[in-house]
Design a protein around this ligand. Sequence first.
Ligand SMILES: [Zn+2]
Length: 322
Amino acid sequence: MESVLPGLFRIEVPLPQSPLQTLNSYVFRGKERHLVIDTGFNREECFQTLSTALRSLELAPELTDFFITHLHADHYGLVSRLAHPSSRIFFSRPDAEVLETWEGFEPMIAYAGMNGFPENELRQALAQHPGNKYGTEWIPGLSVLRDGECIHYGGYDLYCVETPGHTLGHVCLYNPEHRFLISGDHILGDITPNIQCWSDAGNPLDDYFRSLEKVDHMDVDLVLPGHRSLVRDFHGRIAELRRHHEARLREIETILAQGGELCAYDVAGKMTWDIRCDRWEDFPVAQKWFATGEAIAHLRFLESRETIRRSASNGKMRFHIC
Ligand SMILES: [Zn+2]
């Protein structure tokens, strides 16, 4: 456990078997009530680490509230196990709606199939999906926070900043006085936030670029991200993240210019990935899933800019340069 500022602590929660390695959970210890931001997977190793740390900080469970930056299992998975009946659990409206209208993974599975994900790998991908393995189906009564609303813990004002992209309902918390931003997975330092798309309804990469632009206007000296080390060069990191996705977009245009018509799965197989596998065929299925989701997000963005088009035949969508 690390003390970040007076009354603000960082707890590194292990994420076994995840390439993310650990999750940063942040704790505000207040005079009346306390706040825990993000929780780790719903699995024993995470529970042991976090509950031990909360006990050592002497936080009474009935006085502890939770804030979830976004609806991914490594962030919200444990909340229903840690929460006391009198805990408040803060969520964004869009992510709360996803929970309330959740129809399971089938729509995503069908969409992945349309994007060329092979039938025989789909069930395996679902079995290994962290949301399926380490999520929770039940979350006790949610308190919805909207953009600009403020909560107070440990002597800090924490303003909710909606930052869709990594998920539709992703939210950060901003403290203008001490100029820190709890960034969830919107801004990460050592790794790049994964931007995935699993339906034709949205354009997550476009959302993400807008959300980068939105926070770039803020004065921030210290970023407290959801994974790995703290970030101090806020605007520099935003510029790097933008360049990363712009390079990705150009890479995909090049792939399509050479490859004719391709499904998102095949585009993902030709993109460069920072993973210890030489060949796409050797990627673990779970990594192929995330890579395909990322490819779709970039394809949707290019499609919205009318630089590529899709065609559909035999239940599969393929993309080509305009
Ligand atoms: Zn995460």
